[in-house]
Design a protein around this ligand. Structure first.
Ligand SMILES: Nc1ncnc2c1ncn2[C@@H]1O[C@H](COP(=O)(O)OP(=O)(O)OP(=O)(O)O)[C@@H](O)[C@H]1O
Ligand SMILES: [Mg+2]
Length: 605
């Protein structure tokens, strides 16, 4: 029992806490469309005063009619009253349409604004965040909330309007009988409490279900996607995937049914209470009229006001309960916007040097991935001089890609520092630093856009068609593109109608062109030839010196034919540079490098 009470009060605290999300939400709404919000508020205020005005006019009409039965003449303004009622009704209808129209505009503007904010903010966050599943849940929910929360914005508008309607009607009721008002309010309160409690239960349930829902999304993707189709068929996996899916979704269904049942019983009971309160007040007014204490017009007014107020108060409760419920969901969006990257620009950021003189130095750099124990790099020292072409080799998992992530500041070292021309990378402006680096990762991204755009992303601002073509020739992508039906304007990938997919090596050539296009002083190629055929690799080899002319190049490869292109080769092992020298020297040395080289060469003999 005690735990239930504790749970209940905890849930209340949390619910109230969640209301703190409303101001930031309103700020977002306001940012997205001041004019629409202003118009919406104005039309809702006017619309909210119409019910009271109409009841006031009706009361007058009824009182005049009753007086007429007792022999009084009709006052000269009588028919104007009737006309006024008609005008008010017409105005109410029009304002209703107007708020609907403005809400629709607001929905579009808001979801566009929030989507942009989410993308913009996401792009600034640490790469490490993306590799954390908890963050990923948050991002997913924030993404959905970006477009979903507009219903909540409209609900806030509705509550605002319902509040003015109820306040004005209650004021009317209060003038006739204060305790009639008390009766009304008392009868709707339990319904509010109950609704809120149930809404919270719904939220905590769906929060608990999030990991399972992610699992379901993943299974849905695996069960029906282009990427998995080949393996699903050949390994006969679809039965297995469907079973897993059914198992997880059955559990969610059962939990939801249990909650829906409780919602049904408690909700019915509470709404019965509310109806009782309303009819109590109604009976009281009729009784007073029959007794002769109230005029017919007053009865009309009170009956209308009680009906309107109780309906609106109930609406306020249920709408605010749904707002509270939704604002709990909003926690993720608000927290997401509050997240700050750890890799960011220093207060007085330096521009990256336009001409690198000393090059890039790693000084006793150690790195441990967040949440991991084992360091990938341990007190690593390394120097890349300008104009030098260095190859990095090492077994899988030795930290080659990690090293690239560090020198591009996707991560910062755990210990030690990386210097560019003697200045810590952390001192430089991030954008300016990134402009000096052209990097193609092992898992480079395939933009499902045109061939030209795939290359031009390398230098979006100053990309002429001639430069794109030049880079494409250098990476041998030009020949691939020429064979496409649409040439450079051919849409790539299979996601959109008319798209053409490329082979792994063809995609890689495009990605290479992207790196060449970048007017960067440091070129980093992580496995640039992994998917290339022998002639392409040979060509790349022939042009490599030209391509890298005047820039530093860092090449990562498991292919010794590629590695040989470098002036200097570094062997990465146990988090450090274990050997270095050119190909000849390293083979002659008879260490790790020559061992790896011999093994690969033996395969060809
Ligand atoms: N995001 C990550 N979070 C945690 N650990 C990671 C992450 N990325 C890589 N690792 C771990 O860090 C180590 C080094 O990975 P890295 O990708 O740098 O290796 P690599 O030398 O590039 O290997 P490969 O030759 O296979 O490309 C591996 O043991 C890997 O498991
Ligand atoms: Mg790698």
């Amino acid at each position: 029992m005690e735990t239930t009470v504790k749970k209940f009060s905890a849930t209340w605290r949390e619910r109230l806490h969640s209301m703190r999300n409303i101001p930031p939400l309103m700020r977002l709404v306001w940012e997205s469309a001041h004019d629409v919000v202003g118009g919406d508020a104005a039309s809702r205020i006017v619309a909210a005063l119409i019910p009271l005005a109409m009841l006031g006019v009706s009361k007058r009409i009824f009182d005049v009619v009753q007086a007429r039965f007792s022999g009084h003449p009709l006052p000269p303004y009588f028919w104007w009253l009737v006309l006024a009622e008609f005008v008010l009704a017409g105005l109410g209808g029009m304002l209703g349409r107007l708020t609907g129209f403005l809400d629709a505009l607001l929905a579009d503007r808001f979801s566009r604004h929030v989507s942009i904010r989410v993308m913009d903010h996401a792009s600034r966050l640490d790469l490490a965040s993306y590799e954390d599943p908890v963050f990923y849940d948050k991002l997913e929910r924030a993404r959905v909330q970006a477009t979903d929360r507009i219903a909540m914005v409209q609900a806030i508008g509705n509550v605002f309007q319902q509040f003015i309607v109820s306040a004005s009607l209650c004021w009317g009721i209060f003038l006739f009988s204060p305790w009639l008002l008390g009766l009304l309010v008392a009868s709707v309160t339990p319904a509010f409490l109950g609704e809120s409690y149930l809404a919270f239960e719904g939220y905590s349930l769906s929060l608990r279900q999030t990991p399972v829902r992610r699992q379901l999304d993943y299974l849905r993707l695996v069960g029906a996607s282009k990427e998995s189709a080949k393996e699903l068929k050949l390994f006969g996996l679809s039965g297995f995937i469907i079973n897993e899916f059914t198992r997880h979704s059955d559990r969610i269904y059962e939990e939801n049914v249990a909650l829906a049942k409780r919602r049904f019983w408690l909700g019915s009971l509470l709404s019965l209470l509310g109806t009782g309160g309303y009819y109590g007040a109604y009976a009281f007014v009729i009784y007073r009229t029959v007794e002769g204490a109230l005029s017919l017009g007053t009865m009309m007014f009170l009956v209308g006001a009680i009906a309107g107020a109780s309906q609106n108060i109930q609406n306020i409760f249920s709408t605010s309960s749904s707002i509270a419920d939704q604002s709990l969901f909003l926690t993720d969006l608000v927290e997401f916007f509050k997240m700050r990257p750890t890799v960011r620009n220093p207060p007085r950021a330096l521009p990256a040097p336009r001409l690198i003189r000393d090059g890039l130095r790693f000084e006793r750099v150690s790195f441990v991935y967040p949440g991991r124990q084992r360091p990938v790099l341990e007190r690593l020292d390394l120097h890349l001089s300008p104009g030098e072409r260095v190859a990095l080799v090492g077994a899988n998992g030795e930290g080659k890609t990690t090293l690239v992530k560090l020198l591009t500041r996707l991560y910062d070292p755990t210990e030690g520092r990386i210097l560019l021309d003697g200045v810590d990378l952390r001192e430089y402006d991030l954008d300016s630093l990134h402009r000096q680096i052209g990097v193609i990762f092992q898992d480079f991204f395939r933009f499902e856009m045109t061939a030209r755009q795939n290359i031009a992303v390398g230098c979006l601002d100053l990309c002429t068609p001639a430069r794109v073509e030049q880079a494409a020739r250098a990476s041998r992508a030009h020949a691939v593109i020429e064979r496409l039906p649409g040439g450079y304007e051919q849409l790539l990938g299979r996601r959109f109608v008319g798209g053409v997919d490329l082979s792994g090596g063809e995609w890689q050539k495009l990605a290479l062109a992207r790196a060449y296009l970048r007017d960067a002083q440091l070129l980093v190629l992580d496995e640039p030839t992994a998917a290339l055929d022998a002639p392409s690799e040979y060509e790349l080899f022939r042009h490599f010196a030209d391509l890298c002319a005047g820039r530093m190049a860092l090449l990562i490869s498991h292919r010794f034919s590629t590695v040989r292109m470098a002036d200097r080769i570094l062997v990465l092992a146990s988090g450090q540079v274990a050997e270095e020298g050119n190909h000849k020297q390293l083979v002659a040395r008879g260490g790790l490098y020559s061992e790896m080289f011999e093994m690969q060469a033996a395969g060809y003999r």
